[in-house]
Design a protein around this ligand. Structure first.
Ligand code: NCD
Ligand code: ZN
Length: 348
């Protein structure tokens, strides 16, 4: 097989940042995807429908001419989010969920929720409105081993939220463990999960290959090979509750290559090609279109995109650096050869 044509895909989990950083990266996503769920972890975060409207307008204004890209906005849940905030977002036609960041879990999560029980009234309203909850599924206590945080979050938090709000639709974002794969597979149709290209392609060894590799560091952190294999099976296996979400999260080279380097992998430049690389490894493209383009919209209650994109088998090299304010952006797999290329994508 030398060509793959699929319905135009979407990215169900994306960090676009703001201002000049957003302007530097938004074109990469717009070249590959029609829509993306835009993460709200700006500083300060996107807390209500007015913040989301203004951010959406800044994104639209930064799109390359002729782009049809649609940003699907989200709210950032804080200790002060109210049921009225949920109503206003749910009434809008541009907010598609609210994101739960346990406080301190990841980049710009200081404003996150300190005690999930405080959100009961908010979850109640989200459940009543059928409004999507997106979760960063990592427990945060400093006593918890960084590689166990996802598993502990399932046991301590996700179980409780799902038991208390059984009708609440939830996306367990960027899952990284076999535990999460099994948990989602065994759950009812209110729970789905996104999977990133990098968690399909690297295990935790990639952070330490011959020395410390900050550009392979993200949160949730990559896990053992056995977990990567479970993710590959989940992504390629055809279960409609697993779908693509890149978690592409740009940080400048100087912010990554630092004594306290930022978490985040920039995959937007070649997201579709990276996913194709993973499916090739899994040896089965039969559910590639479902994973990239059909299952996400179905779970969000949206129509799939019209139109198609074509990937062709062709070697090309990911650039070593990309332009970014202050210091360059190092894309995932920088300088390495990929084997699939999106046709008509002008990003070489
Ligand atoms: C994200 C970021 O940089 O905003 N970082 C990351 O490692 N994925 C935040 C997040 O999604 O955890
Ligand atoms: Zn993210």
């Amino acid at each position: 097989m030398n060509e793959l044509t699929i319905t135009t895909p979407d990215d169900w989990h994306l960090h676009l940042r703001d201002s000049s950083r957003m302007e530097a990266v938004v074109g990469d996503t717009a070249r590959q995807f029609r829509r993306a769920i835009i993460m709200p972890n700006l500083v300060p975060p996107v807390r209500n429908v007015d913040d989301a409207r203004a951010y959406r307008e800044r994104i639209l204004a930064a799109l390359p001419p002729g782009s049809h890209f649609q940003p699907l906005m989200t709210l950032y849940l804080t200790d002060n989010t109210s049921p009225a905030d949920i109503d206003a977002a749910s009434d809008s036609d541009f907010v598609f969920g609210a994101k739960l960041y346990p406080a301190g879990a990841t980049t710009n999560s200081d404003a996150g929720v300190t005690d999930i029980a405080r959100l009961d009234a908010v979850f109640e309203r989200m459940q009543a409105r059928g409004f999507m909850l997106q979760v960063h599924g990592e427990a945060t206590g400093s006593e918890i081993d960084v590689f166990d945080r996802e598993k502990v979050f399932i046991e301590r938090s996700l179980e409780r939220i799902r038991a208390q709000f059984p009708e609440l639709p939830i996306v367990f974002e960027h899952i990284t463990t076999r535990d999460a794969v099994e948990y989602v597979a065994a759950a009812d149709d209110r729970l789905a999960a996104t999977i990133t290209p990098h968690h399909l392609l690297i295990n935790r060894n990639a952070m330490f290959a011959g020395g410390i590799r900050p550009h392979n560091y993200c949160l949730p952190i990559a896990k053992r090979e056995v977990h990567r294999q479970a993710l590959l099976q989940a992504a390629s296996g055809g279960n409609r509750r697993f779908f693509a979400g890149t978690d592409s999260a740009p940080h400048s080279q100087s912010d990554k290559e630092s004594a306290c380097g930022c978490a985040g992998i920039y995959s937007a430049y070649s997201a579709l090609e990276l996913y194709a690389e993973a499916f090739e490894e899994a040896g089965d493209f039969s559910h590639f279109e479902a994973f990239m383009s059909l299952s996400g919209p179905a779970f969000y209650g949206l129509e799939p995109n019209t139109g198609t994109v074509t990937l062709e088998r062709r070697e090309w090299t990911v650039p070593a650096t990309l332009p970014f304010p202050d210091s360059p952006l190092i894309p995932f797999r920088a300088g390495e050869v990929l084997h699939w290329k999106l046709r008509g994508n002008t990003n070489e």
